[in-house]
Design a protein around this ligand. Structure first.
Ligand SMILES: *Cc1c(COP(=O)(O)O)cnc(C)c1O
Length: 435
């Protein structure tokens, strides 16, 4: 490994990016992939295995974003690959029900007893959008509360003060969202129960639901303050609003049963995505049967999907969730220990180099914020030195360590990261902080 940044060749990636820009706005099919926040052209991926990505120029990287969360068992996880291959031979889609849907649902309920009923969709965006519709139908109310810096996909009503790419690019919401729709979303500071109480007081009987990331990942990693979840549950119960816990990122990540298990939550509705599809497009929304049975064909709330419960996606999800469930007692403590070692090792290198860094970590998700101060909400995350983060990102990438390309995105690792990767990463950070 080189300690001299800018030694990697990126010729083919540069050419591929230029070609992609002819077809796709910014050359990408999802904005954060464009690396605008950290500068430089994004490497194009050729293939990946375990904890490693290989780009179009043959450079190898330790992967710390895992396809933005799903690849907790490493890339090309053999049981998932086999399941997909086996399933594909019998056709990729039927548009009619298969046993695999209930097979995966059975596994999910075993990890998430809160999902008395559920429905599969094809993305996290669809899951949260549908959960909100259900909450509005169940309560007959229009307004929703979300939190600044939380990202719940790109549906109209959920982009107000959103995290992820919206935060990365400093966009307050999105053009093209009618004001009438944006007005129904109240965006409040995270970890601030008084703000939630005030919102309920200002709009009595009008708030259908609170939706939150139970551990924020999309403003960088921000843990819930002690008592925060319980406070939200008590307020929603008192006010007759639903509590929607968006576990698209944290589900099967911060524990087998996600934040619901880790923090002992009692949500009305839960949304899942990312890991639950094992790298294929799967989203889930589910929760109390009383609410879920409002969905068509049983009830008046319409929601549908041509490829929902797609056989290939179910196969990959089933292989992934089954493995996680069967090995949870070994996997979750191990990935947490690996994450602790790498995050604290890098933070110690920063301290040694005199670089102020605040480390937030929950299980195997984390962020190194380039700020000396605690980060408990979006405003505090936004104080980070994003230029310093960009330099760090670039220096790490050039040494074969691929971090999420924004200060406002959580990093992840999984079961295929071991002591070797930890050591290489800490060594790379040492060089990065001194360059
Ligand atoms: C990624 C994410 C979404 C959106 O999921 P997509 O599959 O990208 O539509 C929603 N909520 C959270 C918390 C996420 O991290």
């Amino acid at each position: 490994m080189s300690s001299n940044p800018s030694t990697l060749v990126h010729t083919r990636s540069h050419a591929l990016q230029q070609r992609a820009e002819r077809f796709f706005p910014g050359g990408v099919n999802s904005p954060v992939r464009a690396f605008r926040a950290v500068g430089g052209a994004p490497p194009f991926i050729d293939r990946a295995e375990g904890a490693y990505l290989v780009d179009a120029d043959g450079n190898r990287y330790i992967d710390y974003f895992g396809s933005w969360g799903p690849m907790i068992l490493g890339h090309a996880f053999p049981p998932a690959v086999e399941a997909i291959e086996r399933t594909a031979r019998h056709s990729a889609s039927f548009g009619a029900s298969t046993a695999a849907e209930a097979d995966l649902a059975e596994r999910i309920v075993a990890c998430y007893p809160a999902l008395q009923k559920m429905r599969f969709v094809s993305s996290g965006t669809e899951a949260t959008m549908s959960a909100i519709r259900l909450a509005r139908a169940a309560t007959g109310r229009k307004r929703i509360i979300k939190f600044e810096g939380c990202y719940h996909g790109h549906a109209d009503g959920l982009l107000v003060k959103a995290g992820s790419g919206v935060a990365t690019f400093g966009i307050p919401g999105s053009a093209g969202v009618p004001e009438e729709i944006a007005q129904l979303t109240m965006a409040l500071p995270y970890n601030d129960l008084a703000a939630v109480e005030a919102a309920f007081d200002a709009h009595p009987g009008e708030i259908a639901a609170i939706i939150l990331e139970p551990v924020v990942g999309n403003a960088g990693c921000i843990p819930p303050a002690p008592g925060y979840h319980e406070g939200l549950r008590a307020l929603t119960r008192r006010e007759g609003a639903l509590l929607i816990v968006d576990e698209v990122m944290t589900g099967f990540r911060v524990a087998l049963g996600g934040a619901v298990e880790r923090y002992g939550l009692d949500p009305d509705l839960v949304t899942l995505g990312k890991i639950v599809g094992g790298g294929l497009p799967v989203g889930v929304f589910g929760g109390k049967a009383l609410f879920m049975d409002l969905l068509a064909p049983l009830g008046p709330v319409y929601q549908a999907g041509t490829l929902s419960g797609n056989p290939l996606a179910m196969a990959a999800g089933l292989a992934t969730v089954s493995y996680l469930q069967d090995h949870a007692a070994e996997i979750y403590p191990r990935i947490e220990a690996t994450a602790k070692a790498v995050t604290e090792g890098v933070a110690a290198e920063a301290a040694r180099a005199g670089i102020p860094l605040t480390l937030n970590r929950v299980g195997a998700m984390w962020t190194w914020f380039f700020t000396p101060d605690p980060v408990r909400n979006y405003d505090e995350a936004a104080k980070s030195d994003t230029v310093a983060f960009g330099r760090f990102h670039h220096a790490m990438l050039e040494q074969g360590v691929w971090l999420p390309p924004s200060q406002f995105e959580a990093a992840f690792l999984g079961t295929t990261h071991g002591p070797d990767e930890v050591e290489k990463t800490i060594t790379a950070a040492r060089a990065a902080f001194r360059s």
